[in-house]
Write a protein that binds this ligand. Structure first.
Ligand SMILES: C[S@@+](CC[C@H](N)C(=O)[O-])C[C@H]1O[C@@H](n2cnc3c(N)ncnc32)[C@H](O)[C@@H]1O
Length: 208
C-alpha cells in the first residue's frame, strides 16, 4: 500500500540543499540523514548523487513507512537501504560498524527547531561519537544569529512553534556552535539560503 507522505517544504528547499551537498560530497560513501520525515529529500538526493548511499532515519513509524513507500515508488530499493529507527536522544545510536565505516557525513534538515533543546545536544553528542576527523554534519533550517531573528517571518514562525510546544523554537547559531565545539566540531561555513534559512556545515576536527 502507498504510505507516502508529502511535506510541502521539501519541494521548495531540496534543490538548494542539494547544491550545498554537491559542494561537500567529495567521494563515494554513505550519508546518514537524521529526522528524514516523509523521505522525499532522501529519494531526491539519492537520485541526484548516485555514487553515494543515502541512509534515511526517523523515530516516527509513520514517517518510516512513508520513506519505505517513497523508496519503492522511485524504484530505488536496490540502491537505498531501509530507514533506520533512530531517535537522537537514544545514545549511543545503534549504527552497524559496516555503516559507520562507509560514513561520509550526517545531514539533518528542519529538525532541531521542532524538537526540544536536548535533541540538539544529543544530535551533536551522537554525531561527535560517530563521525571521524574531517567528516561533516550539515544542518538546514531557520536559525537566530546573535540571539536575533534574521527576519520578521522567522519571528512569527518561532512564536507559532512555541504555541505548539513551548520547548520548540528557532535555535541560536552561537549556542549550537558551543555544542559543536564540545563534541569536536568546528563551524566551517554558514550558507544563507532562500526563505530566511541557512545551511550550516560543522566539521569534525578530532576524535572525542
Ligand atoms: C519538521 S520534520 C522535518 C522532516 C524532514 N527532514 C523535512 O525536512 O521534511 C522534523 C523531523 O524530526 C524528526 N524527529 C523528531 N524528534 C526526533 C528525534 N528525537 N530524533 C530524530 N528525529 C526526530 C520527526 O520525526 C520529523 O521527521
Amino acid at each position: 500500500m502507498d504510505k507516502r507522505l508529502f511535506f510541502e517544504a521539501t519541494k521548495r528547499n531540496r534543490d538548494f540543499i542539494g547544491d550545498v551537498l554537491s559542494r561537500i560530497i567529495k567521494k563515494d560513501g554513505l550519508i546518514l540523514e537524521i529526522g528524514s520525515g516523509s523521505g522525499e529529500h532522501g529519494v531526491v538526493f539519492q537520485k541526484r548523487f548516485p555514487d553515494i548511499i543515502w541512509q534515511t532515519s526517523d523515530p516516527d513509524s509513520l514517517n518510516r513507512k512513508s520513506i519505505i513507500s517513497w523508496i519503492e515508488y522511485e524504484e530505488l530499493n536496490k540502491k537505498m537501504p531501509q530507514p533506520l529507527e533512530l531517535d537522537v536522544e537514544n545514545i549511543p545510536w545503534k549504527i552497524t560498524s559496516k555503516l559507520s565505516q562507509s560514513l561520509l557525513g550526517i545531514v539533518s534538515i528542519n529538525m532541531i527547531h521542532v524538537t526540544n533543546w536536548d535533541c540538539t545536544i544529543a544530535l551533536f553528542k551522537g554525531a561527535g561519537k560517530l563521525l571521524k576527523a574531517d567528516q561533516f554534519l550539515l544542518l538546514y533550517g531557520p536559525f537566530k544569529i546573535g540571539n536575533k531573528h534574521t527576519s520578521q517571518s522567522n519571528y512569527f514562525f518561532d512564536n507559532s512553534l512555541k504555541k505548539q510546544n513551548d520547548l520548540w523554537g528557532i535555535r541560536n547559531i552561537e549556542e549550537i556552535a558551543e555544542e559543536a565545539k564540545k563534541n569536536g566540531f568546528i563551524q566551517e561555513d554558514i550558507i544563507s539560503m532562500p526563505a530566511n534559512n541557512f545551511s550550516i556545515i560543522y566539521r569534525k576536527v578530532y576524535f572525542s
